[in-house]
Design a protein around this ligand. Sequence first.
Ligand code: ATP
Ligand code: MG
Length: 436
Amino acid sequence: MAAVQNQTPILPKLNPTDFQIPTLGECTFPTPPTRSEIISENERILYQSRFSDPSKLNPSLAFEVAGLRDHMFFDPHDINVGIVTCGGLCPGLNDVIRAITYSSLGYGVKKVYGFKFGYRGLSRQGRSYILLDTKNVNTIHYIGGSFLGSSRGPVPPEEMIETLKLLKISVLFTIGGDGTQRGAKFLQDKITEMGEKISVIGIPKTIDNDILYVDKTFGFDTAVEKAREAIICAHVEAKSAPHGLSIVKLMGRDSGFISAKATLASGDVNICLIPEEPFTLEALFKAVESRLLRQNHCVIVVAEGAGAELMAKIQPPVKDASGNLKGGDIGVFLKEQIQAHFKKLDMECTTRYIDPSYTIRACQPNASDAAFCEELGNKAVNSALSGKTGCIVGFWNQQFTLVPFSLITRGRKMVQLDEHMWCTVKAMTTDVTGRQ
Ligand code: ATP
Ligand code: MG
């Protein structure tokens, strides 16, 4: 069989300098007695953990470790910090806001500003914030969404710096996806250019788990769990109708991790479509037809970005406020195409279309994500107090890392078609690439 071609762009070769985290300066303030783990400045987490020839391992390709150092750059009693959440909703946003607030105030930070509705809250015109304290964030983790609200659309970095200086904010925590961290990079570049001592630390939020050089982002586990519940219901629906077909559309604009994992987790999916692997309508029709004739029911899982090239021929994509390309609804498209096909054949096909996306995005995180958010928030505060800036708090090989904005904004993490996860999905489902 020919080697599988992934659409993942080839990423540039990594150099040791790519892993360097910018710092605001020398840490001179002795860290007060704390229960947090103290990280030595030389500790690293290896980038590569799988190898066949140990002599080719390069230990210089390694991430810095997130967390507290034995000295701090900031005296926490002297500073204010800010938090902003941008982009789409994701389970765990409130947990991270709460963790950052508690951790900052625990160190004696004077004020924690929560900016309202994304970067807009830091703009000149839309400046809006609330002061966060242990009372008003105490129970926000019981609910989904963002306590601070969120938005899309750019804000000039000069305006954001003006707001940060006005409120005497020394650290800004940016909770958001790839767009948010690109915005944070622009902001940090401008801060450096202006010689200001303000740290910008990102906490990556992507329900799709598509941030480069980060194994896992918060909300992903919850999304897979909820997606699995939707698939189980879709399966029941399909089995309950003559020639029942259920189509479940899941999140995944560019990367199909949620669809792939939920397929593995449910065991009920017959066809799984993700953006990384093109498919043909002819092969899809054939697969559905043969399943309905053999088994009387069929479940299709489709990631929102799958089949973009098929859709673009009919509905050209448009851009949202942040410049992200938005095509039509692939679930609706597939439903209409399949229904038209079976009508032509004069064959019965009872189609149900299920889109749980918004209910998943807005729900409360599961226990594992909630615990993860708590650690992320604490690691973010610890790293910021140590003078780190221009980076996100990542998770790699089961450890909390620091990853420069410049590294994660190079591209997007995608499902590797020749690796174990996708191969297992393929073994459980029917191929519709038209190649077999
Ligand atoms: P998600 O896509 O997961 O919902 P996101 O963080 O990628 O989250 P976006 O709407 O793309 O969501 O971006 C969030 C914020 O970041 C928006 O206010 C957007 O304008 C800003 N932003 C995105 N790209 C840039 C950029 N290159 N420079 C400055 N700001 C940016
Ligand atoms: Mg995005």
